[in-house]
Each structure stands twice: as C-alpha cells, then as structure tokens.
Design a binder for this molecule. Sequence first.
Ligand code: NAD
Length: 284
Amino acid sequence: MESSKKVGVIGAGMMGAEIALCFAAAGNEVKLLDCESGKALEAKQRLTKVLERSVAKGRFDHEKKDATLDRISVGSDMNALAEASVVVEAVFEDLTVKQEVWRLADSICSDGCLFASNTSSIPITLLAAGVEPHRRERFLGAHFFSPAWVMKLVEVIPGLETADEAAEEMMALCLYIGKSPIEVRDVPGFAVNRILHAMWIEVNRLVEEGVASPEAIDIACCQGLGHPVGPHALMDLTSNDLNLRVQQILFNAYGERFRPRPGLKQKVDAGHLGRKSGRGWFRY
Ligand SMILES: NC(=O)c1ccc[n+]([C@@H]2O[C@H](COP(=O)([O-])OP(=O)(O)OC[C@H]3O[C@@H](n4cnc5c(N)ncnc54)[C@H](O)[C@@H]3O)[C@@H](O)[C@H]2O)c1
C-alpha cells in the first residue's frame, strides 16, 4: 500500500517543504529534515499557511488539514530516516552538498529504500555514483516543479544503473499522490528545462531586436498561447541569475542553440534578478 510508505524529505526549503506536504496529504507519514532545525520549523509554519489558503479557496478539505499537518514531523536528525521507504532530497543545487547528504542517507537508510533527488541540473548518474554500488539501482531523479503543492508534473529520471522496477515504483508513487509523472532520460536539463529555456532564449532575442516589449510578449503568451503566466513574469519569479546558470549548463551540453543572450547577462550584471531583488524584467 502506497499510503503505508514512510517518506523522508531532506531539505525543508521552497521545494522540500511542499513535496513533504504532497505526500502527507496523500496519507503518508513524512519526516521533513533540514540541517538547520529552524528552517524545518519555519517550513511547517509555511505549510500551515499553504493549507489554510487551499482550504479557503475550496481546494482542500478542511477536515483533512490538521491530520495532514500532523503527519509531517520536522527536525534535523538524519537518523529519523532509518524507517523510510522513500527519501526525496531537495537540498541546495550543489554537487558536493548533495553527495554528502546522500552518503549520510546511505549509511542510515534500509537497503530497500528508494532514493530520489529533486535536482534540476545535476546528472542523476553522477549523484548515484556517490552511494554504495548496491544502492544505485534504487537511485533516481524525481524532478518536481514549483510550487510543488500545486504543479502536477514530476519528471522521473532513471540513472544509468537504475532498475526498471525502481522507476516504475516512483511513477506509481507520484500517481498515488496525485501528480502526473513522465519518465525522462538522464540528459542535461531533462525535458522540461530544454523546452522552457529554448523558448526563453527566443523571447530574449525578440526583446533585443525590439520586435516587442516584455509586457507585449507576456500578453501574447497568455492571451494567444494559453500560458497561465507570461515568460518575463516567470523568469522574474525563478530569478535571472538561476536562469543564466541553467542556460550555461545547457549551452555546455548542447552548444549554440542554448547560448544565453547578452540581454539576460546584462540583467544579471545590473542586479536585476527578478522578484527577489525588486527588479527584473519588471519592477516589484
Ligand atoms: N526552486 C525551484 O523552482 C526548483 C524547481 C525544481 C527543482 N529545484 C531543485 O530543488 C532543490 C532545492 O531547491 P529549493 O529552491 O527548495 O532550495 P532552498 O534553498 O529553498 O532549500 C534548500 C534547503 O536545503 C537545506 N540544506 C542545505 N544543505 C543541507 C544538508 N546538508 N542537509 C540538510 N538540509 C540541507 C537548506 O537549509 C535549505 O533549507 C535544488 O536541487 C533545486 O535545483 C528547485
């Protein structure tokens, strides 16, 4: 039974907290862990607000709210992962940090535990190489999208040594928690970031050429293509420094078609990073 699976989530930041919420809402007991215990506590408070908003909008059952939150226990002691059947890691996007976290989890978790990284850009095969060889067949990517409580998509990414059964298990688990998983090969950017950044690079080019303003392009995408949010608004949300970093990774992997545009570099140089700095393509 999927609901009897105990889930560990490492990293109680923006992604990890809401990933924990998705599992808890589906009936799983979740340990949400962070190296800073204060962050784990803050995450629980944030999640309370997220659920209250969902209840107010009629998107979540009031009766289930407290039980869902009760299923999430927070802390900083990784030994709490000993009973987990599944561990999802959502710590900083840094190879050394992630490898260290997985080495520790490897020494604590049971052999049958499924390991899933929420990395956006680090190859799954590279991360899997950092755990014990017998564990690699149960190591994969599970790339959730932000905000994870709302967005349905999960890219399930088997690494070179991942067993088919492990990928099938993750796909089934994602369906069980109400997500729409797709299986994607372990290539730089997986599938979605390649689609997204190809479009954003063209959007940057349109602005540089003076074909249309950022405002006009956002109206075009929302009103003409049915996107729920325009590309500039979304770039400002995800932040331009991160977007530039991702494009550099894609450029290194695929060449010219992903070369970041000078206009984006200039935004980053100017400190116009997006919502987080008060100014990006738009002012906030
Ligand atoms: N932000 C997004 O839109 C998004 C989307 C998809 C995937 N991701 C990926 O999800 C992961 C997390 O991103 P985020 O935006 O939630 O980051 P974040 O900075 O909000 O949170 C990361 C959390 O990890 C904790 N952490 C760091 N080192 C740790 C350690 N050694 N042990 C335990 N906890 C540790 C930090 O204290 C922090 O709370 C990254 O790999 C990122 O690439 C992010």
